[in-house]
Write a protein that binds this ligand. Structure first.
Ligand SMILES: NC(=O)c1ccc[n+]([C@@H]2O[C@H](COP(=O)([O-])OP(=O)(O)OC[C@H]3O[C@@H](n4cnc5c(N)ncnc54)[C@H](OP(=O)(O)O)[C@@H]3O)[C@@H](O)[C@H]2O)c1
Length: 325
């Protein structure tokens, strides 16, 4: 399938283009406003370069557009691509509001096009392995503890600009709101308490969250761009605990070690290297080939609704009153 890449982002260079090449995609057009023709395609891949998204969308004969720009432009580019009848995959967060997500999903359905959000971590086989470990023990996860943070970025990063869709809630919130569907049987949270704990200029730079799920299950998480690099998830259930390092961006070229504790037994389970972006694309290509992509759009919309709830919870903090102390 031929692909049009909209935005020659850092992510596209590091993960998206190599993943597409690894699946045998040989035709990739690239539209980059800042780079024009100054783009490097993986060995064996050819395609046209554009310095204007509109022109690229008008001229390309690609079947799928991948939107990899700053968050504030995802919606408009995805909409234009869908209007042209292209299938669309878009970096997370797909849209900045749940209303916009709903509109795009309706448009995709009207056009018979696939619309998928590239929240790809859950496509890594390590998650299948975690579910298998719990299943083999006859147990299910009940507590999740997540930490996903990185040190401050350079000041020109769009994540510090509100107008470009920056801030930690939009950048890292998608990792928080998707864990219920990935590890808690698809459950949606019953409640979300979220606090912005640090700000950097015009955006929130770190937040902490507590979610409760039906059946006495919960998630606690710290997310942000002010503390050291951490990318870890602890999955806990009766008699079983699994620790995952690099849980939210597993590298494509290294095996993942799962730390497993079952009662008094401790072991390490190695999950072979896998590329979560390639697995995501494999799933998208398969869905397009079968004409069965509604679930991808429904997932995008459900995740958008939860991201909206997370941001709403963060905007309505409930400080302790002095009389309660
Ligand atoms: N799933 C994951 O694991 C993962 C990881 C990291 C990032 N992401 C997502 O990937 C997307 C790209 O992130 P990134 O860090 O790779 O982005 P980036 O390299 O900072 O920039 C992305 C593109 O946006 C355009 N752009 C940059 N600054 C702009 C500005 N000031 N105004 C308008 N457009 C601007 C440029 O497009 P042109 O090339 O057209 O000039 C640039 O190539 C984000 O949506 C992010 O959330 C996902």
């Amino acid at each position: 399938m031929k692909v049009l890449l909209l935005g020659y982002s850092s992510l596209a260079r590091r993960r998206v283009l190599p993943a597409l090449a690894s699946l045998g995609v040989r035709d990739i057009d690239v539209a980059s406003v800042s780079r024009g023709a100054d783009v490097a395609l993986p060995p064996g891949v050819t395609g046209r370069c554009y310095d204007d998204y509109r022109v690229a969308l008008a001229r390309t004969d690609a079947a799928l557009a991948y939107v990899s720009t700053v968050n504030s432009t995802h919606e408009e580019l995805a909409e234009r691509a869908l209007e042209r009848g292209l299938h669309v995959a878009v970096d997370k967060p797909a849209c900045l509001s749940v209303d916009a997500s709903r509109r795009l999903v309706q448009l995709a359905r009207k056009r018979g096009c696939c619309l998928a959000e590239a929240t790809v971590y859950a496509y890594h086989p390590l998650y299948r392995e975690v579910r298998r470990i719990f299943g083999d023990a006859g147990r299910a996860p009940t507590r999740l503890t997540a930490a996903f943070s990185f040190p401050p970025l350079t000041a020109d990063n769009y994540r510090y600009r509100a107008a470009l869709g920056g801030g930690s809630l939009l950048d890292l919130g998608p990792y928080a709101v998707t864990l219920g569907r990935v590890l808690l049987d698809g459950a949606a949270p019953e409640s979300i308490a979220c606090r912005v704990v640090e700000r950097a200029g015009e955006v929130e730079s770190s937040f902490s969250v507590l979610m409760t799920f039906p059946g006495g299950r919960s998630l606690v998480g710290h997310y942000g761009m002010t503390t050291g690099y951490q990318n870890r998830l602890d999955v806990l259930g009766p008699d079983v605990a699994v620790t995952i390092d690099r849980a939210f961006s597993p590298p494509a070229d290294l095996p993942i070690q799962l730390g497993v504790a079952e009662r008094d037994r401790r072991r390490t389970v190695e999950v072979p290297a896998a590329d979560s972006f390639a697995e995501f694309f494999r799933s998208v290509f398969g869905a397009i080939a079968r004409g069965e992509h509604d679930e991808l759009a429904a997932t995008l919309l459900a995740d958008a609704a939860l991201l909206n709830e997370l941001r709403r919870a963060a905007a309505t903090p409930a400080p302790l009153t002095s009389s309660a102390l």
